[in-house]
Design a protein around this ligand. Structure first.
Ligand code: SF4
Length: 147
C-alpha cells in the first residue's frame, strides 16, 4: 500500500479533485508510476494556501503524520497561467524539511493547456521540460481526454 498526499495550487481552491482522483484510478499522468495492482491511498488533499504558498511550510507535517510516503504537487501548478514559480522551491523544501519525496504532477496535462503553454514563454523560462518529463511523455489522446 502506497500512501500519498496531494497539494494543489491555491488558485484552484474550489477544485474538487476530479481529475486527480480519476487519474489515480486510471493510473495515468504522474500516477502511471504506480502499478495497476498496487494499492494507493490518498491520505490528505490540501492547497498551498495561495501565493506565495505559505501552507507548504506546514501542511506536509499533517500529511506525514497521516502516513504519507510521497507528496504529489498537483498538475495545476504546472499548467496554470502562469505556472507556479515556486515548484522547484516547494520540492526542495518538502524533501529537505520533511524527508518525503516529492513528485511534480498528478493528472495528465490537459492537451488544450499544453498547446497554449507551448506558445508562451513561461515554460521555457522555468525549464518545464526538465521538471515534468513523464507528464510530457503522456499519450496525446489521454491528454485530450483530460481537457
Ligand atoms: S502559483 Fe504556486 S504559490 Fe501561487 S497559489 Fe499556485 S501553487 Fe501556490
Amino acid at each position: 500500500m502506497k500512501k500519498i498526499g496531494i497539494i494543489i495550487c491555491g488558485r484552484y481552491l474550489s477544485c474538487g479533485g476530479g481529475k486527480c482522483f480519476r487519474a489515480l484510478r486510471e493510473r495515468v499522468g504522474a500516477f502511471a508510476a504506480y502499478g495497476k495492482d498496487e494499492a494507493v491511498e490518498v491520505v490528505g488533499f490540501a492547497n498551498c494556501g495561495g501565493c506565495p504558498g505559505g501552507n507548504v511550510e506546514y501542511v506536509p507535517a499533517e500529511l506525514k503524520k497521516n502516513g504519507a510516503e510521497v507528496i504529489h504537487l498537483a498538475t495545476g501548478l504546472v499548467v496554470g497561467y502562469p505556472p507556479c514559480p515556486n515548484i522547484r522551491k516547494f520540492k526542495e523544501f518538502i524533501e529537505t524539511a520533511y524527508g518525503l519525496p516529492v513528485v511534480i504532477g498528478t493528472h495528465p496535462i490537459p492537451l488544450k493547456y499544453l498547446e497554449n503553454q507551448q506558445k508562451l514563454p513561461f515554460w521555457k523560462q522555468v525549464k518545464m521540460d526538465e521538471l515534468v518529463p513523464a507528464l510530457l511523455a503522456e499519450d496525446r489522446a489521454v491528454m485530450e481526454s483530460y481537457n
